[in-house]
Design a protein around this ligand. Structure first.
Ligand code: S3P
Ligand code: PEP
Length: 450
């Protein structure tokens, strides 16, 4: 829905090759964390390249409601005047995190060891997502949550006024759960430990270390054991947010499936906990190269070059890779539809609890567009139709899910008939310039008559 609550349908049709340079916006995960840790540091953190998507703007507003000062200096440059660990004050309004699971779960962690009550809500997608995965470990610190059935939002969290540190093994592979526990641990005395069996994105660990916290990661038989010492004085930072590989995925994949395409996507973060899609595409036979690989701000980055790849073959994506590409399965399923053979995607139960049930959303739309898709609780399989082999000619439901909307619009760039999404407005949560950027590359969009 738009800000006015009206759906914004958008149609995408084949318009020939995509070419040129795609400068995608800043990383969403890193942007949330920069605002939250900036708000918990003492003094002024400067951020450049912040993603100005709705999810991140909602987190910025929440930091203000908790007492930090967040200032937009224009052109992606922001500052946050932090209140120090333990310095948040009780918000006098409900914290509305909109569409953002990352926002609400990380902020719950950050307030869980402050002795006041915070009430959280969100849109129709976020209020249907599970929150017990976060409120359960936060209860171990002494925080109490009262929400709707199944721990869903709206939910009030009464933070612990005398928190104790926690040792917690995450039952699901989730960087949001890990990060919520670490952020709560910041204001608990002593050592908080998170154990994760599978590696998930490590931006919280990297950024906590950057802000001066004492944090270590040890790889043991149990998994990754992350130990944080509570009550540090966080030092304000200068943060240059790298560009988002999860957004880069769309121009990359659109170029691979659209005849004649050749697109350069500069300066993309290739942190191994995020780069699983690109590895998978290369295994499928994609013409995807890393140009000028280098290190920037402690993160590996490269310019990605993607060219039309008519030789791609379906593969089995190893389940242990799932966490490093969890948000990219919807667009991978679109590429799989244009490959030869079957793409098998096991070990992805988490896809069912994102902004939408992403297996169901993609399977239904792909089937309507003429693609065979099989699915089970934690797996799905796409039967490729080969280059140019997808019919299209459908209107699909975006289900308040930006990644579903963008994936189907990319499908429409290469299918025989156009593809319409019933509501493209959720794209603004993570990739507000998606439509103009893809148009510059040569994509063709139109607004169907209401
Ligand atoms: O920590 C983060 O920034 C994120 C973690 C992932 O969620 P889970 O932790 O639920 O897997 C991912 O899907 C989300 O887009 C961003
Ligand atoms: C799952 C996503 O985000 P979040 O969980 O923050 O809503 C996403 O961006 O694909």
């Amino acid at each position: 829905m738009s800000a006015h609550g009206t759906p914004e349908p958008l149609m995408s049709r084949k318009a020939g090759a995509l070419s040129g340079t795609a400068e995608v916006p800043g990383d969403k995960s890193i942007s949330h964390r920069a605002l939250i840790l900036g708000a918990m540091a003492v003094g002024e953190t400067r951020i450049t390249g912040l993603l100005e998507g709705q999810d991140v703007l909602d987190t910025g507003r929440a930091m203000q409601a908790l007492g930090a000062e967040v200032v937009n200096h224009g052109q992606g440059s922001w500052s946050v005047h932090g209140v120090g660990v333990g310095g948040f004050s009780e918000p006098d309004q409900v914290i509305d995190c909109g569409n953002s699971g990352t926002g609400v779960r990380l902020i719950m962690g950050a307030v869980a060891t402050h002795g006041f009550a915070t009430t959280f809500t969100g849109d129709a997608s976020l209020t249907s997502r599970p929150m017990a995965r976060v409120t359960d470990p936060l209860a171990l610190f002494g925080a109490q949550a009262v929400g709707r059935a199944g721990g869903r939002l709206p939910l009030t969290l009464v933070g612990a006024s005398d928190p104790v540190p926690v040792r917690y093994a995450t039952p699901v592979p989730s960087a949001q759960v890990k990060s919520a526990v670490l952020l709560a641990g910041l204001n608990a005395p002593g050592e908080t430990v998170v154990v994760e069996r599978e590696a998930t994105r490590d931006h919280s660990e990297r950024m906590l270390a950057g802000f001066g916290a004492t944090i270590s990661t040890e790889v043991t038989d149990e998994g990754r054991v992350i130990t944080l010492t509570g009550r540090p004085e966080l030092q304000p930072q200068e943060i240059a947010v790298p560009r988002d590989p999860s957004s880069a995925a769309f121009p990359v994949c659109a170029a691979l499936i659209t005849e004649g395409s050749d697109v350069l996507i500069p300066n993309i973060g290739l942190n191994p906990t995020r780069a699983g899609l690109f590895e998978t595409l290369r295994e499928m036979g994609a013409d995807l190269t890393y140009e000028d690989p280098r290190d920037e701000g402690g993160e590996p980055v490269a310019d990605l070059r993607a060219r039309f790849s008519p030789e791609m073959k379906g593969i089995r994506v190893p389940p242990e890779r799932a966490a490093s590409m969890i948000d990219e399965y919807p667009i991978l399923s679109v590429v799989a539809a244009f490959a030869e053979g079957v793409t098998d995607m096991p070990g992805v139960a988490e896809l069912r609890v994102k902004e939408s049930d992403r297996i169901d959303a993609m399977a239904q739309g792909l089937r309507a567009a003429g693609v065979t898709v099989e699915e089970g609780d934690d797996w799905w399989r796409v039967h490729g139709r080969g280059p140019g082999g997808v019919e299209g000619g459908v209107t699909v439901a975006a289900r308040l899910d930006h990644r579903i909307a963008m994936s189907f619009l990319c499908l429409g760039m290469a299918s025989k008939q156009p593809v319409t999404v019933d509501d493209a407005s959720p794209i603004a949560t993570s990739f507000p310039i998606f439509e103009p950027l893809m148009t510059t590359l040569g994509a063709s969009f139109s607004r169907p008559e209401g």
